[in-house]
Design a protein around this ligand. Structure first.
Ligand SMILES: Cc1cc2nc3c(=O)[nH]c(=O)nc-3n(C[C@H](O)[C@H](O)[C@H](O)COP(=O)(O)O)c2cc1C
Length: 209
């Protein structure tokens, strides 16, 4: 697959995990792609916690579903009905999970390029996540980003020290297939925005409608 195929084939996967094993060499290739990401001041502020333990995953899954209920309680009418039909995680069905963390203190105190924009640290960790996601897709593995959790709760579950933020819980593993349309679009939650609306020339232009 060339890069553009991988970019367009990548999907957020929830329902298609098979639970089949992921060879260690494959996981290593995927994590080294993540670790090759660019980072502000070359700070490399990420870490990867590979979670295989069934009890940890069960407890996380339970927490996610409490948070799902919290979000569902903010919806009514058609949105509530739509959301009820949407699967938001494959924590139990996927082969393993990778929790990506962010350490804002790494490489400090003088992180080159971060003095004016503190968030560039977090951007760097997100780029590692995107590299992981694309590498997994190239390997034929699905990834599902789960963000229905409270950071302190997850930090406590995995023994993540103070000051280090869990940025993503990523479900990972072989899949039956990749859907061609994002789940949220298929369920009518939200549709793809035309590229032309996202491109501006020289100055910001307001949408015409
Ligand atoms: C920061 C972030 C958090 C996300 N959290 C969740 C989540 O908790 N549950 C979920 O089902 N999908 C989650 N997603 C996946 C998005 O819903 C998905 O990327 C989007 O609908 C587009 O679909 P696609 O990734 O298949 O193109 C998350 C994605 C991002 C980037």
């Amino acid at each position: 697959m060339d890069l553009y195929d991988v970019v367009h084939r990548r999907r957020d996967v929830r329902a298609q995990f098979t639970g089949a094993p992921v060879p260690e060499e494959t996981l290593h290739r995927v994590l080294s792609a993540a670790h090759a990401a660019p980072s502000v001041g070359y700070s490399q502020p990420w870490d990867f916690v590979v979670v295989r333990d069934a009890e940890l995953r069960r407890r996380f899954h339970e927490h996610v579903h409490t948070e799902r209920d919290t979000f569902a309680a903010t919806l009514d009418g058609e949105a509530a009905e739509r959301f009820a039909r949407i699967k938001i995680d494959g924590v139990l069905e996927s082969t393993l999970s990778v929790v990506v963390t962010h350490d804002q203190a790494r490489g400090g105190p003088a992180v080159l390029g971060r003095h004016a924009i503190a968030d560039t640290g977090l951007y760097s960790t997100c780029l590692a996540i995107q590299n992981l996601w694309l590498a997994a897709t190239a390997e034929g593995l699905g990834v599902g980003w789960v963000s229905f959790y409270r950071e302190p709760w997850l930090a406590e579950l995995l023994g993540i020290p103070d000051g280090i933020r869990p940025v993503a819980w990523l479900c990972l593993g072989p899949v039956t297939h990749f859907e061609s349309v994002p789940d949220l679009a298929r369920h009518g939650w939200r549709q793809k925005r035309p590229l032309a609306e996202a491109i501006h020339h020289d100055r910001w232009t307001a949408p015409t409608h």
